[in-house]
Design a protein around this ligand. Sequence first.
Ligand code: NDP
Length: 258
Amino acid sequence: MSASSTGAIPTDYQPAPDLLKDRVILVTGAGSGIGRGAALSFARHGATVILLGRTVNRLEAVYDEIDAAGYPEAAIVPLDLQGAKQEDYELVAERIRESFGRLDGLLHNASLLGQLTPIELYDAETWNKLMQVNLNGPFLLTRACIGLLREATDASLLFTSSSVGRKGRAHWGAYSVSKFATEGLMQVLADELDDERHQVRVNSINPGATRTAMRQLAYPGENPGNNPAPEDIMTPYLYLMGPDARAITGQAFDAQPK
Ligand code: NDP
């Protein structure tokens, strides 16, 4: 299937308990919010999860939760996407190769919200920081991990988007633009990696309004209880990470009905 369009998850999809058995999956921003939810959910379905993030004690807490639940032992990779250089990403890939010898999935989840302000007032330093964390980091991490993903028989590369990455909205500034660029990166990669063997599929997912720190920051007046928790939106993530989505590539998914 060639890139690209809007994808739909089968509405009756039920992930098998061992859906991700023997797979090694890297999740960025795994210490909190949706990344934490995804890491726990992937581990529950049998994956060995590599928890990447900037706040080590949060990553350790997720590691401990996975351990206490008896899921496959996780690994922790401390990395701040804001300051990391190309060689840091290459080191991450090398460590994964040494420790696991494989990589079957990569969920780019970590992001910053930045300012909610008109472009004419947008702080240039904040703009650069967002592009670094939301776009350049995922580019460099993908670049470093492509070799490993290509060696897997059925690999999934999943980018996290947003509704403002598909339609611009006033005041969402660098966040919106970084998510548009994320969709672009996803499409370019999907086209480059599309081959008959369907070894690496590349898609994006918009989680939709979800009860996390970022959502609270963006909508401080909102009752957080109105939105689902990260664990409530994981079925589409499992579908896209696992073998049931094989050969689906270049598509933009929504985790929640719009
Ligand atoms: P949170 O702010 O709750 O969590 C973001 C995660 O990214 C945290 O684990 C954070 O680490 C990590 N992170 C931030 N900056 C860096 C950095 N420099 N280096 C490494 N890790 C970093 O966000 P959500 O869970 O809500 O969002 C997850 C994804 O979903 C994002 O891509 C977001 O854009 C997207 N999204 C979320 C929506 C929502 O309603 N929640 C709606 C649409 C899209 P730390 O724990 O250290 O802060």
